[in-house]
Design a protein around this ligand. Structure first.
Ligand code: IMP
Length: 200
């Protein structure tokens, strides 16, 4: 089955492709098929945004579409940056500025909890068959006061995985895909896709 992946985030794409490899799908990106398609995400929840992105990509290409919406929630910041994670420090999205803003926000709260979690909602939309699947995952950690590591993307250098004593940016792609919020969401999505009746 040919499927469009509705993301322009290369970091995400690098993670999503191996997470779905076992399904034997023919994955194409929205930039390959419909580079001008708009992927608006102005919803209030990860679910709304992940469904909106998959629906827009499905409509723009006529193919079934897969999308995710994800972000970081920090307890001491009342769940911020949350659904605004990509543009926490303003538009256009900029990982370095987002991380600087997060460090400053937590530095202003000495003694506050540094607990947080990444969340991901993964969606599949097949308009021809009238199917919409929504699955979610999360990964708990702690926000450091200074970045560590050069891998991954986004807030990975500030996100400590306590059980490993390493940040997400200090993990290999395979290690991150063994424990991440995205791995949990796409693992559940892959299982739901396997349960769908086979057609054409
Ligand atoms: P969106 O899902 O395109 O709205 O963007 C999600 C944003 O959340 C990214 O731009 C990152 O800032 C952050 N984010 C989501 N997942 C991860 C991750 O696995 N590592 C680091 N940051 C992430």
């Amino acid at each position: 089955m040919k499927i469009v992946v509705a993301t322009r985030n290369r970091g995400k794409l690098r993670e999503i492709v191996p997470l779905l490899a076992d399904l034997g799908l023919d994955l194409c990106t929205i930039d390959e098929l419909a580079p001008d398609a708009e992927l608006r995400e102005d919803g209030l929840t990860f679910e709304e945004n992940a469904l909106a992105k998959a629906r827009q990509a499905a409509r723009a290409t006529g193919l079934p579409a897969i999308a995710d919406d994800s972000g970081l929630e920090v307890d001491a910041l009342a769940g911020a940056p949350g659904v605004l994670s990509a543009r926490y420090a303003g538009s256009p999205a900029d990982d370095a500025r987002n991380n600087a803003k997060l460090m400053a926000a937590l530095a202003a709260k000495p003694g506050a909890s540094r607990a947080g979690r990444f969340r991901c909602v993964a969606t599949f939309v097949d308009e021809a068959r009238g199917i919409e699947l929504v699955e979610s995952g999360s990964c708990a950690g702690e926000i450091l006061s200074a970045p560590r590591g050069a891998g991954g993307f986004g807030y990975d250098p500030l996100f400590l995985v306590p059980a490993l004593g390493r940040t997400m940016a200090e993990l290999s792609l395979a290690e991150k895909n063994g424990l991440s919020h995205r791995a949990a969401a796409f693992g559940a999505l892959a299982a739901a896709l396997r349960r769908l009746p086979v057609s054409g």
